[in-house]
Design a protein around this ligand. Structure first.
Ligand code: NAG
Ligand code: NAG
Length: 265
């Protein structure tokens, strides 16, 4: 179904956004003392009036590295992004599905446009908006369930093409003390997204029955919009969970002052 695909996409986007948020936090200027952050990252000061310009510029300048991944910062390779396994179980509204996707490969993340990147240090708020013109996903899937009263069953290769995805994420942090340093943790995440089109192809549905398989693929593609709405809360939640877990890992590793120091102490 498109929703699980989309969910994967969201997780990808989630990673990207967290990457963005992270990058945003350290940019411009030279690190003070010996920084544990990668040296190609400069630092943006959180009390600087040009913090947002700094963050945006920095994000753009490290984009190629971001796409290759930055292991020290818990950021995986983004182009393509490989996710070993994703499980999606859903039992709500008109959809009842159990599904697993293996070796999920997502391409197109590097072609994004950054629409907005803002940091409000006084509120510990991070805002990121991006548009992805096209994301292509491939995986080995296994699905069993019912969708709008129709049985859906299959396992095999699948491809999904998502067009014109715009996603806005707001992360809200909170300070806490750890080993004598101030760290951040994410206490709330808001995600909104829109997309223009979804096209998917699930091979080998219904034990390889080609006529049934074609009919189901056609049905899914014709109804992607309502299906996507149906699963929007779940997809949003999945993304939020992933985002929060990933960003928190980085925030736990690096203190607030390491990521985004103050110029005037
Ligand atoms: C993806 O979909 C868009 C529009 O629906 C289309 O223009 C594009 O060629 C598709 N890409 C692939 C690789 O199928
Ligand atoms: C892409 O989506 C946005 C809404 O998020 C819409 O305003 C825009 O017209 C769309 N562009 C294309 C090429 O479909």
């Amino acid at each position: 179904m498109d929703h699980k695909w989309i969910a994967k996409t969201w997780l990808v986007l989630g990673l990207l956004l967290l990457a963005v948020a992270l990058q945003a936090e350290r940019t411009e200027a030279k690190p003070q003392g010996k920084s544990r952050l990668p040296s190609f990252l400069t630092v943006c000061y959180r009390d600087s009036p040009t913090l947002n310009e700094c963050a945006r510029k920095s994000f753009k300048s490290i984009k190629p590295r971001l796409m290759d991944g930055i292991p020290e910062m818990y950021i995986p390779q983004m182009e393509p992004l490989i996710v070993p396994e994703v499980k999606m179980d859903q039992d709500s509204g008109a959809i009842y599905l159990h599904s697993v996707y293996k070796n999920v490969k997502i391409s197109g993340i590097s072609k994004h446009t950054l629409n907005d990147l803002r940091i409000e240090p006084s509120k510990l708020k991070f805002i990121v908006s991006m548009t992805f013109p096209e994301l292509l996903m491939e995986a080995e899937y296994s699905i069993k369930g019912k969708i709008m009263m129709m049985p859906l069953l299959g396992d095999g290769h699948c491809k999904v093409n998502l067009t014109n995805i715009t996603m806005q994420t707001e992360l809200f942090g909170q300070e806490y003390q750890k080993n004598g340093a101030t760290h951040l943790k994410i206490i709330d995440v808001k995600v909104e997204y829109s997309l223009s089109n979804v096209h998917m192809q699930l091979d080998n549905l219904f034990n390889g029955d080609e006529a049934l398989g074609k009919r189901m693929n056609d049905f899914l593609n014709e109804n992607w919009k309502s299906l996507a709405e149906e699963v929007r809360p779940l997809m949003t939640k999945a993304l939020v969970d992933i985002l929060r877990a990933s960003v928190d890992k980085m925030f736990a590793e690096y203190s607030y002052d390491e990521l985004m120091p103050k110029k005037n102490n």
